[in-house]
Design a binder for this molecule. Structure first.
Ligand SMILES: Nc1ncnc2c1ncn2[C@@H]1O[C@H](COP(=O)(O)OP(=O)(O)O)[C@@H](O)[C@H]1O
Ligand SMILES: [Mg+2]
Length: 225
């Protein structure tokens, strides 16, 4: 599903080079549930952004479902991303002026799906994700946990093969955080490949496979039996 080979990402900041990813190779199979842990600044978000096609490596290769995506144009990347990848962020990244329903159906609008179909698919997710009665609320009228559920619904409405979450519980209290992880795990049980970056060891250890990142390298890769 995801095959990174010898991938590096170097940022230049004020003439200084930062090796955010240093010769990383990683294979993730279809349907896997993977967590990424490591100290702050170790390169977890960089790794996730590269997997999610939000960033491109300076060197190395990346095969997504067997297709080399390292040399695609920005337009091609955006197209693959919109069909294959669902991204969830710590700070939700919802559009403030749109309602929950409008946020959720946005990817369908961009994909040119007709209104009737958009509404029926987003309404189904509203119900499934426990957001009934909140569909016409704007993000600032929702709790953190509800906002994240809207963000997850938006991420999965195109039924992407891969679901990537960067500290999805980092801005939530324990109870809402646990609900969000439960929801992501349900989606993984339904077949979606799930990669979660987290600071919280309790969350990290729930995954079937834990990757530890230190200084832009993979320092550990353990699987549960
Ligand atoms: N856009 C960027 N420009 C410059 N440096 C960056 C950028 N993104 C990340 N970095 C640097 O790369 C390293 C890894 O960052 P990041 O992947 O965000 O770490 P983490 O998510 O593990 O906290 C850090 O040293 C960070 O400062
Ligand atoms: Mg990060």
């Amino acid at each position: 599903m995801i095959k990174l080979h010898d991938v590096s990402r170097i940022f230049s900041v004020g003439g200084q080079e930062v090796r955010a990813m240093d010769h990383v190779s990683l294979d993730v199979g279809r349907g896997e549930y993977l967590s990424i842990m490591g100290p702050s600044g170790s390169g977890k978000s960089t790794l996730l952004n590269i997997i999610g096609l939000l960033d491109t490596p300076n060197s190395g290769t990346y095969l997504l479902e067997g297709r080399d995506v390292t040399s695609l144009s920005d337009l091609q990347l955006a197209d693959v991303r919109s069909r294959k990848i669902g991204f969830i962020f710590q700070f939700f990244h919802l559009i403030p002026r749109l309602t929950a329903l409008q946020n959720i159906e946005l990817p369908l609008l961009l994909a040119g799906v007709a209104k009737k179909e958009r509404t029926s698919r987003s309404s189904r997710l509203i119900e499934e994700f426990g957001l009934s009665g909140r569909q016409h609320h704007r993000p600032d009228e929702l709790s953190g946990g509800q906002r994240q559920r809207v963000a997850i619904a938006r991420a999965v409405i195109n039924q992407p093969a891969v679901l990537l979450a960067d500290e999805p519980t980092g801005n939530l209290d324990r109870t809402s955080g646990a609900e969000i992880i439960d929801l992501l795990e349900q989606l993984n049980t339904g077949g979606q490949t799930l990669v979660v970056v987290t600071h919280d060891p309790e969350i990290g250890e729930r995954a079937g496979r834990c990757i530890r990142v230190v200084d832009g390298r993979i320092a550990g890769d353990t699987r549960k039996d």
